[in-house]
Design a protein around this ligand. Structure first.
Ligand code: UDP
Length: 620
C-alpha cells in the first residue's frame, strides 16, 4: 500500500509540495490487538487509498508496537527457476527483533468481540516525509484531535448502542478524565449516516466540549479537497470494557466472559442520551405522584415492529395487560416514533413488552424495578439468545426480566418466500427446507446467516394471552415484593435518574464542568476501619466484651443505615458473625477458648467499609 501511495504521485516531478506535513509519532500500550491502545501524533488519512498514513521522518518516534523478527541484511537469493544451484536462504542473513508496523495494531470497533476481521482492525502505512516533499502531494493539516471508530452495523439499534455509542462514550470520558478534551469522532466505515444518526450526533454538545458532529469519510471528504488529511492527534477505537454481549463469531453467542460494565454506568450513558435528545422528564414532585413507584398513572409500553417479527394480536395483548394489571398501555415503534418520544415513555414505565430484537436495547431507559418481558418466536429458545436478558441482569440495572416463548405452531406465521436474510428458505433444496420446517427448536449455531435460525427468527407471532399472563403475573409479583422491601426515601426515589428539580442549565453546567464516569452521587459510601478496638474475655460469664469507636470518616458522609459486622474466631478455626447497631457488644466466647481473634467492619447503607487487616487478639 505504501508503494501504491508513492507511485500514485510519482508521475509528476516538477512541483515540490509546499505544505510541510508534520512527522508522525505513535505511542501504544497493551500487548494484543484486543487490548492495545494507541495515540498517534500527526496521523494522516489518504482518501484515494483508504489508508491511514504515518509520515516517517527524523523526529518520528514509536513505542509499544508489536515486535517481529526482521532481516537486517538482504538475502542473497537465487531463483530456483533459473539456477540449479541449491538456495541458501540463511547464508547472508541475520535477524533481529524489531518493533515494526507491519500489521493490525488494535480494534477499530468498540463493542464487537472476536471479530478477527482485518477490515475492523486499525493499521497504517508508512511514507517518508522526504518522499512526500518531493512529490506533488497535497495535504490539509487540521488542528483537530480525533477518536477513530468503525461502525459495525449502524442500521441496527442494538449494534449502534452496544458496539458504537457506549464504547465511544466511555472512550471520550476517559480522554476527558485525563485532561484531553475536544476529541472529534471520525467514523471510518463506508456507511451512510443512517437511521440512527441523531444518536451519533450527540457526541458534539455541551457535554463533550467539541461543538462538532462526528465526521464520516464522506462528510470529511466534502470539507477538504486534498490528497491527505492530517490530524494533530488520533486515538483508535472505543472502550471495549463496555461490552456485555458477544455475537457468536467463533463460539455460540452469549454474555461476554468478563463482564466489566455496571448498570450504573449504563444508566449514566442512558442519562447522557436522554439529555442529548432533550427528552423532558416526568415531574415526580407533582401531586398524586407515588414516591414508591414514581408514577402518576402506571402504564405498560409495548414496542412493536411494523415489518418483521410482528405481534399479530397486539391490540388484544395490550387490552389484556391493561385489564389484568390495571395499567394503561402505550404502543410505540421505531418506524413511527422518534427516539426521543420512545425514551420519554420508557423512562417511567412499569412494564416493557417487545419481541426479541434490537428495539429491546432501549430497556436501559426504564426506571429501576420495571418489568421487561421479551417475546420469542416459535423455535427460538430464549436461553440461546440473551443480549437483552444479559442487559437487564447487569448489576445495577435492577430490572425484572422474563422471557416468553411461543410453543404453538398454530400461532406462528413463517415467510419462506422472503429474502434469505429475512428468513426466506424457498431458494434452498427441498430436503433442506423440510429439515428446517421439521426441526424445533433451532440448534445452536455461529453468527450470522444460519437459514434455520433466520427462518424461525423472522416469524410473526400470535401471543397466547393465557400463557403470557402466567409469565407477566410472576414478574409483577416480584416487582411488588421488591417495591415492598425497598425503603421509601427521597434519595431512593431519584437515584437512577436526575434530580426532579434539576433544571436544564444545571444539567448543562454539571456536565461541562465535571469529570464524568457514572455519576455516583447517590451511591452508598464506604468507611475507614473502626478505631480503638478493645476486647476482653470475661471468664466468669464466658463472653467477650468488645467496644470500639466509629470510623473517622463516618461523620463526613451521608448515611441512612449504619451497623457493624463482627467476626470472631477461636482456636478451632470456626468464624462466627455478629451484628451490632452500636459500638459495644458482648458475644459468646468461642468454645472453651481463653483467647479469640476479632475483625470489625462498619456497614453503611449496605456498603462494607474495611475490616481491620490484623486481627485484634482478645484474651483474659
Ligand atoms: N426494525 C424495526 N421494525 C421492524 C423490523 C426491524 O424497527 O419491523 C428495526 C430493529 O429494531 C433494528 C433494525 O430495524 O434496529 C434491524 O432489524 P433486524 O430484524 O435486522 O435486527 P434485530 O432486531 O433482529 O436485531
Amino acid at each position: 500500500a505504501v508503494i501504491t501511495l508513492i507511485l500514485t504521485f510519482s508521475a509528476d516531478h516538477e512541483v515540490a509540495n509546499t505544505v510541510i506535513i508534520p512527522q508522525s509519532s505513535i505511542w501504544c500500550t497493551g500487548d494484543s490487538i484486543q487490548n492495545r491502545r494507541c495515540f498517534i501524533n500527526n496521523l494522516c488519512y489518504s482518501f484515494e487509498n483508504d489508508d491511514f498514513v504515518f509520515v516517517r521522518g527524523a523526529t518520528s518516534a514509536q513505542h509499544g508496537l508489536p515486535t517481529v523478527e526482521q532481516p537486517v541484511a538482504s538475502i542473497n537469493w537465487t531463483s530456483p527457476m533459473t539456477s540449479s544451484r541449491p538456495v541458501d536462504h540463511t547464508a547472508h542473513t541475520s535477524y533481529r527483533l524489531r518493533s515494526v508496523m507491519g500489521g493490525p495494531l488494535t480494534d477499530l470497533s468498540g463493542g464487537v468481540e472476536n471479530l478477527n476481521n482485518r477490515d475492523y482492525q486499525f493499521s497504517y502505512v508508512e511514507v517518508l516525509d522526504s518522499a512526500i516533499r518531493s512529490k506533488k502531494l497535497t495535504a490539509s493539516i487540521l488542528p483537530d484531535k480525533v477518536l477513530i471508530l468503525k461502525r459495525f452495523k449502524p442500521d441496527n439499534l442494538m449494534h449502534v448502542i452496544h458496539d458504537d455509542l457506549l464504547p465511544l462514550y466511555y472512550a471520550l470520558l476517559e480522554l476527558e478524565f485525563t485532561g484531553a478534551k475536544e476529541y472529534r469522532v471520525f467514523l471510518v466505515d463506508d456507511y451512510e449516516k443512517g437511521d440512527f444518526w441523531n444518536l451519533y450526533r450527540l457526541f458534539k454538545s455541551k457535554i463533550f466540549l467539541n461543538a462538532n458532529h462526528p465526521w464520516t469519510k464522506q462528510t470529511l471528504r466534502a470539507e477538504v479537497d486534498t490528497d491527505l488529511v492530517c490530524f494533530s492527534t488520533a486515538v483508535v477505537g472505543g472502550m471495549p470494557s463496555t461490552r456485555w454481549y458477544q455475537y457468536g463469531f467463533n463460539r455460540f453467542q452469549g454474555p461476554v466472559e468478563k463482564l466489566q460494565i455496571t448498570g450504573h454506568e449504563i444508566r449514566s450513558f442512558a442519562s447522557f442520551v436522554r439529555h442529548g435528545l432533550e427528552v423532558p422528564r416526568y415531574d415526580i414532585d407533582k401531586p398524586h405522584y407515588s414516591a414508591r413507584t414514581r408514577q402518576k398513572y402506571p402504564y405498560a409500553v409495548i414496542i412493536n415492529r411494523k415489518l418483521t417479527r410482528r405481534i399479530l394480536n397486539e391490540i388484544d395483548l395490550s387490552l389484556a395487560v391493561a385489564r389484568e394489571f390495571d395499567l394503561r398501555t402505550v404502543t410505540v415503534n421505531l418506524e413511527t416514533h422518534s427516539m426521543g418520544e420512545i425514551v420519554h415513555v420508557l423512562q417511567n414505565a412499569t412494564m416493557l413488552i417487545a419481541m426479541h430484537g434490537a428495539q429491546l436495547v432501549l430497556s436501559m431507559f426504564l426506571p429501576v424495578n420495571a418489568v421487561v418481558i421479551e417475546l420469542f418466536p416459535l423455535g427460538i429458545p430464549s436461553h440461546d439468545y440473551t443480549p437483552y436478558k444479559t442487559l437487564a441482569s447487569i448489576d445495577g440495572m435492577d430490572l425484572i426480566y422474563r422471557a416468553w416463548e411461543n410453543r404453538d405452531p398454530a400461532k406462528s406465521v413463517a415467510f419462506p418466500d422472503r429474502d434469505p436474510l429475512l428468513g426466506g428458505i424457498a431458494h434452498l433444496p427441498r430436503e433442506q427446507q423440510d429439515v428446517i420446517n421439521k426441526t424445533l427448536p433451532v440448534e445452536q449455531h455461529f453468527c450470522c446467516d444460519n437459514p434455520a435460525f433466520l427462518h424461525r427468527m423472522y416469524q410473526d407471532t400470535e401471543v397466547d394471552l393465557k400463557k403470557f399472563m402466567e409469565v407477566a403475573k410472576d414478574a409483577m409479583a416480584q416487582r411488588a415484593a421488591q417495591l415492598e422491601s425497598a425503603p421509601i426515601t427521597k434519595k431512593k426515589a431519584v437515584n437512577t435518574t436526575d434530580s426532579p428539580t434539576t433544571s436544564k442549565t444545571d444539567i448543562a453546567s454539571k456536565f461541562s464542568h465535571q469529570t464524568h464516569g457514572a455519576v455516583i452521587q447517590d451511591e452508598p459510601m464506604s468507611t475507614s476501619t473502626v478505631r480503638n478496638v478493645q476486647c476482653a474475655v470475661v471468664p466468669s460469664r464466658k463472653v467477650l466484651h468488645i467496644d470500639w469507636e466509629a470510623p473517622w470518616n463516618l461523620q463526613y458522609i451521608n448515611a441512612n443505615t449504619v451497623y457493624y459486622e463482627l467476626r470472631v474466631q477461636g482456636s478451632g478455626g470456626v468464624m462466627q458473625r455478629y451484628f451490632s447497631n452500636g459500638t459495644e457488644m458482648e458475644v459468646p466466647l468461642p468454645g472453651s477458648d481463653k483467647e479469640a481473634q476479632l475483625w470489625i467492619a462498619c456497614v453503611v447503607d449496605g456498603s462494607y467499609g474495611a475490616f481491620n487487616t490484623l486481627p485484634v487478639i482478645c484474651s483474659a
